[in-house]
Design a protein around this ligand. Structure first.
Ligand code: MN
Length: 403
């Protein structure tokens, strides 16, 4: 099939066009690519061949210049790309710049500035509360319904899908251990999340309002917040996650622009508590996204978390992240928090799926509580697109290797 003829129902058709960075076999040169079906368009080379002014944003080794260019440029570039891959006169010119996906190497698509991770699923927060604080009167902490809880992660260890994850080592102290012990984590877990990518920076002292979300955030991607539960449990009081999380965070090689997800916007769950004005999104339009996520271990689906159930929206998270006057930088990345739906088969972590290891999963290759060396975890997702189509999100996969 010619590369422009994407099969009917392909979630990476011309209605999607996510952005990545790739290099060709035998070359060290990285450049921006746009995915079309099972091909990648060398967007910079196509822009140069067409004499497009967007070559300055696309013939680059990272997405950062495009991210910084802002919403008007994002929409203009997307409109141009759509024409290049759908209008026959342009197709002829850009055809030489389409390469089969399996012939290229995909790289981390942008330089990650700061990395923040949230905790926005009420189902996840309640499950974790029940597991770790079984005697508490409320499984949610008192602040949970008033602000999106988050922590600062480590941007330097954000890796692209396909990168092996070395089992982290650290301190742990189980209830029966008289003293802490050191060694490879024995409770290595996943967190199925969605990452939001900031394009346009903001100035110190100028909080970003809910309404300005789309002026600053370029797009989203799947994200796996790998977590060493044993390290986390011993270290996290009172300052929160640290080494149990900072060893690796995997993101997809493809960033889906928000413009491709207009048909996936949905209202978030009903707000059960009044919100302070900077977080009150009652009048802000549908701030949620209907993303249907799948989690597979060694090719076997173990969970299907629905992103539409997230209590806090990405716009609220951005508003909260900047309400103290903190500025944004191009390439800032923030994770949604583990996505867990109300049903057991919709939980986005092994901590919840196995109820802290007490109820092992039965996989074709044996029982699992937490991850074993050699396990391959893959997150995938799709969202409703225009005219009944599906918009695929690029998968994020990683294999656990021995410490
Ligand atoms: Mn997380």
């Amino acid at each position: 099939m010619p590369p422009f003829e994407v099969p009917e129902g392909d979630p990476f058709g011309p209605h999607n066009l996510p952005y990545g960075v790739f290099s060709r076999a035998g070359s060290q040169e990285r450049t921006v690519g746009v995915r079309l079906g099972d091909h990648v368009l060398d967007a910079g080379a196509a822009a140069l061949a067409l004499g497009s002014p967007y070559a300055a944003l696309l013939a680059r080794p990272t997405l950062n210049p495009l991210l910084a260019a802002g919403r008007t440029a994002w929409s203009d570039v997307r409109r141009a790309l759509t024409a290049w891959v759908t209008v026959p006169a342009h197709q002829e010119t850009v055809a030489p710049f389409l390469h089969p996906l399996d012939s290229v190497t995909l790289h981390l698509p942008f330089e990650v500035a700061d990395y923040v991770d949230f905790y926005a699923s009420e189902n996840h927060a309640r499950n974790v509360g029940q597991i770790f604080r079984p005697d508490a009167a409320d499984s949610l902490t008192p602040n949970w319904k008033h602000l999106p809880i988050g922590y600062h992660g480590r941007s330097g260890t954000v890796v692209v899908s396909g990168t092996d994850v070395v089992r982290p080592a650290g301190q742990r102290k189980g209830p029966a251990d008289p003293e802490p012990v050191f060694g490879p984590s024995v409770r290595l877990d996943i967190e199925a999340e969605v990452g939001f990518v900031v394009g346009v920076p903001s100035r110190t002292g100028r909080p970003v309002s809910l309404e300005s979300f789309r002026e600053h955030v370029f797009g989203l991607c799947l994200l796996n917040d790998w977590s060493a539960r044993d390290v986390q449990a011993w270290e996290y009081v009172p300052l929160g996650p640290f080494l149990g999380k900072s060893f690796a965070t995997s993101v997809s090689a493809w960033i889906t622009p928000l413009d491709a997800l207009e048909d996936a916007r949905v209202a978030p769950p009903r707000r059960t508590h009044p919100l302070l004005p900077y977080l009150d999104d009652a009048a802000d339009g549908p701030g949620g996204y209907d993303l249907r996520i799948s989690v597979a271990i060694n090719g076997h689906t173990v969970s299907e978390p629905p992103f539409s159930t997230m209590y806090w929206t990405a716009a609220q998270q951005l508003a909260h992240m900047t309400v103290n006057g903190a500025s944004l930088r191009t390439g800032d990345l923030y994770g949604s928090g583990t996505v867990s739906g109300p049903e057991p088969a919709q939980r986005g972590s092994l901590l919840e799926l196995t109820w802290n290891g007490r109820e092992p999963l039965e996989l074709p290759d044996g029982k699992r509580t937490f991850l074993e060396d050699g396990d391959v975890v893959t997150l995938s997702a799709w969202a409703p697109g225009p005219d009944g189509t599906r918009v695929g999100l690029g998968e994020v996969t990683g294999r656990i290797v021995t410490a």
